[in-house]
Design a protein around this ligand. Structure first.
Ligand SMILES: [Zn+2]
Length: 304
């Protein structure tokens, strides 16, 4: 098989996006489709996209797929997917049969991390920790531009660990995580995802604001919003410091909706000193370079 041209696919909950990269990593084609949220329709969309890109490249391109879960190395079945119709399906095997080639599948937070490590904000760093802070809190690790998947395929994915050094207020907030395999008190995702941040805020102040609206209130000088954002930054610093204590990544890269909050990059680095066992903080906290495109780009780079 020629791997001169690479196809990357990002399998989302409502849409599937595809990208075609040439051998230098330059994007030469991109397409996005909404699909009916069931297994068969998703497979069909992928089949059509790959056929179209193959024809355009006049070659059998390599195919990498990012999914909101993982394809179990043990059983070949998808697990932990929030696009629930993917769960327990032999997705990799089905795609390989239909596309008539070996494909690679990876968790979407890992694809984000890989994309930023290969030719994004982390391209000059040996170790990269990528964090997607959106409706969830997903993350991944890479070393020398290769993803570390881990024994359970959850390496670096620490978003469902309990919030470190909780205050009495945080304990009293009684957050509840409903995600299977978590359901633990003080789950960090319930405080730190954009959705969790807004939920806590709304519960505390009896409002119905989105995270974006709260951030904008802060920008306009609202004291309450700015206090909550300061708390948010402290919480994020606490959990990042745990990862520094374990993996000590050269670069920590934010993606997802909350990565657009500029104050995080200024306020979090000084807070890390409070919680890290080091004389100085050398880890860089960076905004992603490829934005929403990192999912498809990273999937394509699974063949590198
Ligand atoms: Zn959780």
């Amino acid at each position: 098989m020629t791997t001169k041209f690479k196809i990357g696919l990002d399998y989302g909950g409502t849409k599937i996006e595809g990208i075609l990269l040439d051998e230098s990593g330059k994007e030469i084609k991109r397409k996005r489709f909404n699909y009916n949220q069931n297994y068969e329709t998703g497979v069909d969309v992928i089949k059509n996209l790959v056929q179209e890109f193959d024809q355009f490249a006049q070659a059998e391109c390599s195919v990498g797929v990012g999914i909101p879960g993982s394809s179990s190395q043990e059983t070949g079945l998808v697990k932990n997917a929030n696009a629930i119709w993917l769960n327990n399906q032999p997705f990799q095997k089905d795609l390989e049969e239909i596309l008539n080639r070996t494909i690679r599948i990876m968790n979407d937070a890992n694809c984000f991390t890989l994309s930023e490590a290969v030719d994004g904000a982390g391209s000059n760093y040996k170790s990269v920790f990528g964090i997607i802070i959106g409706s969830g809190l997903g993350s991944g690790l890479s070393f020398n531009k290769t993803i570390i998947e881990g024994a359970n395929q959850v390496a670096g994915d620490w978003g469902h660990q309990p919030l470190p050094y909780p205050t009495q207020d945080e304990v009293n907030a009684n957050v509840e995580c409903k995600v299977i395999n978590c359901q633990r008190p003080l789950c960090s995702e319930r405080f730190l995802s954009g959705k969790g941040f807004a939920e806590n805020y709304n519960k505390k102040y009896q409002t119905e604001l989105s995270s974006e609206e709260i951030v904008n209130l802060g920008l306009s000088g609202d004291q309450r919003a700015n206090n909550e954002l300061s708390l948010y930054e402290d919480r994020l610093a606490r959990i990042i410091s745990v990862m520094i204590g374990i993996f000590d990544p050269n670069a920590i890269i934010f993606g997802g909706g909350m990565s657009n909050v500029d104050r995080l990059y200024k306020n979090i680095p000084p807070l890390l000193m409070k919680y890290t066992f080091s004389d100085k903080i050398r880890n860089k906290i960076l905004k992603n370079q490829h934005g929403d495109s990192s999912g498809v780009r990273g999937a394509a780079w699974l063949w590198n």
